[in-house]
Design a protein around this ligand. Structure first.
Ligand code: ZN
Length: 114
């Protein structure tokens, strides 16, 4: 039996979620600034700006993946499904949940997916 505390897990997931949403807001503001600056920058820094933009897009994509993992974990908490592997239905090891509360699969299934 897993001995996680649903309240603690929920709190950790919600904290992480808020941080991700906050980061998203901050980088959206930064991106707007870059766009505004582009009229005054030279060719080289324009390339820098484009490169930065590509990095931001990638960061944002990862953030969205992470957010949907967290949302899914919160849903599983609501439905009392939390702590069970979505792939094989076995209990996920407490240590693994402690390291990554949003993980949807047990260690065996995670390795199989690699
Ligand atoms: Zn599994």
């Amino acid at each position: 039996m897993n001995d996680f505390d649903p309240k603690t897990v929920r709190q950790r997931l919600e904290t992480e979620r808020n941080e991700l949403l906050h980061d998203a807001e901050v980088s959206a503001e930064e991106r707007d600034i870059v766009v505004l600056d582009q009229t005054s920058v030279g060719r080289l820094s324009r390339m820098d700006a484009l490169q930065n933009q590509a990095i931001q897009v990638e960061t944002e994509r990862r953030r969205e993946v992470e957010l949907s993992r967290i949302d899914a974990a919160l849903r599983r908490l609501d439905e009392d499904e939390y702590g069970y592997c979505v792939s094989c239905g076995e209990e996920i090891q407490s240590k693994r949940l402690d390291m990554d509360p949003a993980t949807p699969v047990c260690v065996d299934c995670a390795h199989k997916a690699d």
